[in-house]
Design a protein around this ligand. Structure first.
Ligand code: C2E
Ligand code: MG
Ligand code: MG
Ligand code: MG
Length: 284
């Protein structure tokens, strides 16, 4: 009976796997169509400077709007786009579109833009040239662009990935900034922070203290990350800020910037433009 149950489980597992693969293949097909049909959008989430709570920048976040369907969040398709290589053209589009939109905001308000870059994009030999071309055609100065990468881009199972390092080193020599996204959730050693071409740490939202309850462990972790960044002359950006208490804590600990639902959700271009315009005074 135990054997029988084991076999049944195996069959179930096989079927689940097959169903998953089929769904992924279907998504790849639909993503290809989405590229030709122009079904992607960029939403923008304000980045707030904690010292005066002004919006000094935005993070560009992709959205997929298939005709006649509800919007698909990135968590449902970025992984599949990465595995299939489609993230290369999709990521290039996000970069171009974000820089085009934000160059206008930058001229008027000095707004900067942070764009997520996947490991797959950084393996492309032409990635560095692509970024420089996007800046030239959009008119956005290099200092106004932040590339967000995850720890895994730079350090893969303990090994530093040379292609990524060389792209980022070259781009930084032009003035472009690099941020480590979701900092603290990877498994790489801290030693890499000293040697790698980066400017900012984005503290993952899982470190934000639980609202309404004293959370000394979370506070200790956040303080440690902020102190670490300061010691290495890196800027800090807190992600997933949802309450006024969290803002007070972050400011007390010397965090530079914050983003989260407390200030604004990611919003379409027109709404972001309005928020930035209004924030030439203060956001709240
Ligand atoms: P991320 O880069 O860490 O972006 C932050 C995510 O946290 C966004 O989810 C944002 O909506 C969400 N968020 C912001 N503030 C709060 C908050 O206060 N509370 C909570 N609970 N969530 C908050 P989103 O837009 O669904 O994006 C998810 C992930 O998808 C991103 O995480 C990023 O890893 C990836 N992604 C998004 N756009 C792109 C893109 O253009 N290229 C690539 N390669 N990845 C992207
Ligand atoms: Mg990000
Ligand atoms: Mg993040
Ligand atoms: Mg994330």
């Amino acid at each position: 009976a135990a054997k029988e149950a084991g076999r049944n489980q195996m069959i179930l597992f096989d079927e689940e796997l097959r169903a998953k693969r089929l769904a992924a293949a279907r998504t790849v097909h639909r993503l290809r169509e989405a590229i030709t049909r122009d079904e992607f959008l960029v939403y923008f989430q304000p980045l707030v400077r904690l010292a005066d709570e002004r919006i000094i920048g935005v993070e560009a976040l992709i959205r997929w709007q298939p005709a006649g369907e509800s919007m698909v969040p990135p968590d449902r398709f970025i992984g599949i786009a990465e595995d299939s290589g489609l993230i290369v053209p999709i990521g290039a589009w996000v970069l171009r579109e974000s820089c085009r939109v934000v160059s206008g905001w930058h001229r008027r308000h000095g707004t900067v833009v942070s764009v997520n870059v996947s490991p797959r994009q950084l393996r492309e030999p032409d990635f560095g040239l692509l970024v420089l071309d996007v800046l030239r055609t959009s008119g956005l100065p290099p200092e106004a662009l932040i590339l967000e990468i995850t720890e895994g881009v730079l350090v893969n199972s303990g090994k530093v990935t040379e292609q990524a390092i060389s792209h980022l080193g070259m781009l930084r020599s032009h003035g472009i900034k690099v941020a480590i996204d979701d900092f603290g959730t990877g498994y790489s050693s801290l030693a890499y922070l000293r040697d790698l071409p980066i400017d900012n740490l984005k503290i993952d939202r899982s470190f934000m203290p639980t609202p309404g309850s004293p959370d000394p462990a979370a506070q200790t972790l956040i303080k440690t990350i902020i102190d670490l960044a300061a010691g290495l002359h890196l800027g800090t950006i807190a992600e997933g800020v949802e309450t006024a208490e969290q803002v007070v804590l972050l400011r007390d600990l010397g965090c530079d910037r914050a983003q989260g639902f407390f200030y604004s959700r990611p919003v379409p271009e027109a709404d972001a433009a309005r928020l930035i315009q209004d924030s030439t005074t203060a956001i709240r």
